[in-house]
Design a protein around this ligand. Structure first.
Ligand code: NDP
Length: 324
């Protein structure tokens, strides 16, 4: 059994708790939170304070870090990798090389293993970009996201004065996807690939027109997209938009293997629950983490470094018989 500790109990923490139950070879040691454990209600696992984590060192094979990428993981992953084998879902793409370097150094000094930036993007999408580019060197890769809820964009909306609550969907342009697939060469701007749809609930007395203008012109978030804004009630938001956290997307590479032959590499995900799926990948890579630690292959890894057999619960013999 691979003994797992969940660090941080938000969407991913809950997802890992659920994902562990779907496996036969992992078990939950406990959930560790920075909050008062009595205030955190878990579905099944026992909730402990972070201060208790170090006492349980000998009961834990892998810590799955479920904190946020912005401020939690840059602190928690290096700190915990000093003592534990760790898996995180750090998804600030531009800062991954720096994060890797810090964790690799820590893991090698302390004889631990850490797999960083696990999930679907970064994660499975990265693996598929690597496969597609290596197999089809003469081609172009485009990534589309959605239709799905972007937490970052939803948060940006909620920070605007006068907005009580909000959710934002990223929507891929299917017409562009179809044109790429038939081999059209397109110079694509940000605006061409995705649109953004916002559902906002306003505070009493808020200036609707001014708020909408603020949204569609917001730099880095909305100004480079065609954005629609729908004003709805809190009840509608709860009923129609907050029950699930769907997401997904596709990595598309169209390449030429010869002058007359075009090849399409198309990897898609359609997720009812972004956090539950992301958490399921974290649990699969915790398996790889435990195995690498057993083999004393200390250091940091990303999904690009891990062979598929390391994340499978099946033996090499079974994999060769069943999946090849
Ligand atoms: P949450 O905001 O739900 O949770 C982050 C942390 O905040 C938790 O670990 C928890 O720590 C704390 N927290 C959660 N709920 C509360 C609360 N009610 N009050 C106070 N603190 C709370 O983040 P998510 O789980 O949704 O996402 C975590 C990260 O996962 C994201 O930042 C994103 O970067 C990454 N991600 C990566 C993906 C990929 O494909 N690679 C896909 C999806 C997400 P504590 O219990 O210690 O207080």
């Amino acid at each position: 059994m691979i003994r797992i500790a969940i660090i941080g109990y938000g969407n991913l923490g809950r997802g890992v708790e659920t994902a562990i139950k779907k496996t036969d070879d992992t078990e939950l040691v406990g959930i560790f939170t920075r909050r008062d454990p009595l205030t955190v209600k878990a579905k099944a696992g026992k909730v402990y304070s972070m201060a208790d984590l170090y006492d349980k060192k000998n009961e834990i094979d892998v810590c799955i870090l479920c904190g946020g990428s912005a401020t939690d993981l840059p602190v928690q992953t290096p700190e915990l990798t000093k003592i534990f084998n760790t898996v995180d879902s750090f998804d600030t793409h531009a800062k991954i090389p720096e994060h890797y370097s810090v964790i690799d150094d820590t893991a090698k000094k302390n004889s631990t293993v850490s797999i960083i930036s696990v999930g679907w993007d970064p994660g499975l999408f990265s693996i598929n970009r690597a496969y597609a580019e290596s197999i089809l060197p003469d081609g172009e890769t485009v990534t589309f996201w959605g239709k799905g809820v972007s937490q970052g964009h939803s948060d940006a909306l909620r920070r605007i004065d006068g907005i009580k609550d909000a959710i934002q969907y990223t929507i891929p342009n299917n017409d562009i996807i179809d044109r790429l697939k038939v081999g059209e060469h397109l110079e694509l701007s940000t605006r061409d690939k995705h649109t953004r749809e916002c559902f906002i609930v306003l505070e009493d007395g808020a200036d609707e027109a001014a708020i909408i203008e603020k949204i569609v012109t917001m730099p880095n978030y909305f100004n480079e997209y065609d954005t629609t804004v729908n004003v709805i009630t809190q009840e509608e938001l709860e009923k129609n938009h907050k029950q699930k956290m769907p997401h997904g997307g596709k990595v598309l590479r169209v390449g030429q293997t010869s002058k007359q032959n075009k090849e399409i590499y198309d990897f898609s995900l359609a997720l009812d629950s972004n956090p539950e799926f992301t958490s399921s990948t974290l649990v699969a890579y915790a398996r790889a983490c435990a195995r690498l630690a057993e083999e004393k292959k200390y250091g940091a890894y990303t999904v690009l470094d891990i062979a598929p057999s390391y994340i499978s619960p099946k033996s090499g013999a079974d994999l060769r018989k069943e999946l090849l």
